[in-house]
Design a protein around this ligand. Structure first.
Ligand SMILES: C[S@@+](CC[C@H](N)C(=O)[O-])C[C@H]1O[C@@H](n2cnc3c(N)ncnc32)[C@H](O)[C@@H]1O
Length: 323
């Protein structure tokens, strides 16, 4: 999928009342282990703080930073950039006051950060850097990070639970596509008003596909996607005769687009996920220049269900230090 289509898919994803993307709890904040990890880093930042949340999505990390830094009494300016056309204050129903304290910039590539050199004392990214052209993004981070500033990331682990779940979901989407479920639903919506044998045939075909969908769900590692798709499509078809077929067909097309977007995003996640050694290699140029690691770099971040990702934390030489 082209970069622009992927950015559009992310844009559609963030135009909803959701804070998290990869394994967040109930669509809101990320898993407790990730939150705890960031709180520890935020507590070590010297005030005043000027923080950039890279590839921020709907601002889960930026929000955490605003709250924790305020609770600590630190003076802070928090910004977020994302290549997608984000607008969290418009879409999120909770956290509105704190969201209003973050300077969000949509349509901004991490590789081309539009800030003067040394603007930030901290550049963070949660499931972020690995989606970008990493060497270019790290150059951009280095440019906008002040001496003594902190660079910190949580990155997808190839052998982690998020990547495993994404792989299972992609397999599921592949089976759904091969089934031709959306085409059968669309055919039924198109023929419904005409009546006659063609309509009966379309009804039979869709019923067969629906049974096959239920069968797929029974054997799936991640059955929720099949249940959601089936539920929405059956509900749309139940409106035939009460609303124009075009309305039902538009709903079917919308669900198919959601599934396509999900496929693109999980594909991007799987391409972004790295082994521990690969993550170490990504940061070798910074370590050879003027950054020193804090603790193990990378380090495994685990939750109750397994590996959530790799953490990296580096402090740039000069300035007041910290981290
Ligand atoms: C997995 S989401 C994580 C979002 C957010 N950091 C979070 O933790 O909820 C990855 C984000 O990276 C953004 N992204 C991907 N490539 C990018 C790039 N080159 N520059 C800026 N943002 C990018 C996507 O639009 C998406 O919002």
């Amino acid at each position: 999928m082209a970069d622009s289509s992927l950015a559009e898919a992310w844009g559609r994803y963030w135009r909803a009342d959701r804070l998290a993307s990869c394994g967040g709890e109930g669509g809101r904040q990320y898993q407790a282990a990730i939150v705890e990890h960031w709180l520890g880093i935020l507590d070590a930042l010297p005030s005043p703080v000027s923080l950039l949340d890279l590839c921020c999505g709907n601002g889960a990390l930026a929000l955490l930073a605003v709250r924790r830094l305020r609770a600590r009494g630190a003076t802070a300016v928090v910004s977020g950039v994302d290549r997608a056309p984000i607008d969290p204050a418009r879409w999120l129903s909770a956290d509105r006051d704190d969201l209003g304290r973050v300077r969000f910039h949509g349509d901004v590539a991490a590789e081309d950060l539009p800030f003067p050199p040394g603007t930030f004392t901290a550049v963070f990214g949660q499931y972020a850097l690995e989606y970008t052209d990493v060497p270019r993004t790290l150059d951009a981070c280095r440019r906008v990070l002040a001496p003594g500033g902190t660079l910190a990331f949580v990155l997808h682990a190839r052998e982690g639970i998020t990547a495993r779940s994404a792989a299972a979901q992609r397999e599921g989407i592949g089976r759904l596509r091969a089934l031709g479920y959306f085409a059968a639903a669309d055919r039924l919506a198109l023929r419904y008003a005409r009546g006659g044998p063609e309509t009966e045939e379309a009804v039979r075909l869709f019923a067969a596909k629906d049974r096959a969908l239920a069968e797929l769900a029974r054997g799936a590692a991640e059955p929720a996607m099949y249940a959601n798709v089936g539920g929405v499509i059956r509900d749309a078809l139940a409106h035939l005769g009460r609303v124009p077929p075009a309305v039902v067909r538009a709903k079917i097309a919308e669900v198919a687009e959601h599934v396509g977007d999900h496929d693109a995003r999980t594909g991007a996640l799987l391409a972004a996920a790295r082994s521990k050694e690969e993550v170490a290699d990504l940061f070798a140029p910074l370590r050879a220049a003027d950054f020193r690691p804090v603790g193990d770099c990378p380090e495994a971040l685990c939750g109750p269900h397994g590996l959530l990702g790799w953490t990296v934390r580096l402090v740039r030489a000069g300035g007041r230090g910290g981290g």
